[in-house]
Design a protein around this ligand. Structure first.
Ligand SMILES: Cc1cc2nc3c(=O)[nH]c(=O)nc-3n(C[C@H](O)[C@H](O)[C@H](O)COP(=O)(O)O)c2cc1C
Length: 156
């Protein structure tokens, strides 16, 4: 059993990922967003993705089977949006969304998905959210925001 949380975080942070913001409509009609780097392309046939959510995160209150969500893939100039939806530092001006196929996508994202929740697994202190891809598109060829020991620029 590994008890050294610092080491766990250090090693996990040594694996570079992209950064997404998952958006979902609350019962009130407002949009809730959460920054997620656990996003993964799961299957091409059928097209599926997954991400994991810490059990105490608010977004879990709104996620259930059959719900539709937006996934925005952030560009390298979207650190402020990433920090906003991680509740690290709220933006002065509210982030701007646009509509794509029944979901809200963050302006400036390099690509997006609309996805339907099909399974939720309970594992450790997280839940794994498995989704079917409903629609998707690439919006720009900007570089992605990369998370690696903090926000990081890809070697060029
Ligand atoms: C780059 C980055 C990636 C993150 N990835 C995840 C993730 O994959 N899953 C998760 O549960 N939290 C992740 N977080 C933390 C959540 O974004 C943060 O806990 C947020 O406040 C949860 O939102 P909510 O409680 O309002 O739903 C990440 C934070 C950052 C900055």
């Amino acid at each position: 059993m590994i008890n050294d949380k610092k080491k766990l975080k250090q090693v996990a942070g040594s694996f570079p990922t992209g950064v997404t913001v998952v958006t979902i409509k609350k019962p009130s009609g407002d949009i809730h967003g959460m920054t997620a780097s656990s996003f993964l392309s799961l299957s091409l046939n059928p097209p599926m993705i997954l991400f994991s959510v810490k059990k105490e995160n608010e977004i879990l209150k709104y996620i259930e089977k059959g719900k539709i969500m937006g996934i925005s893939i952030l560009s390298e100039d979207m650190i402020d949006e990433s920090n906003h939806f991680a509740n690290f530092k709220l933006m002065k001006e509210p982030p701007v969304f646009y509509d794509e196929d029944k979901v809200k996508i963050l302006k400036g994202s390099i690509a997006w998905y609309s996805v339907l929740v099909i399974k939720i697994y309970d594992e450790g202190d997280h839940k794994i959210i498995i989704c079917k891809i409903e629609n998707l598109n690439v919006k720009s060829n900007k570089r992605p925001l990369v998370y690696y020991k903090g926000y990081s620029k890809i070697n060029r």
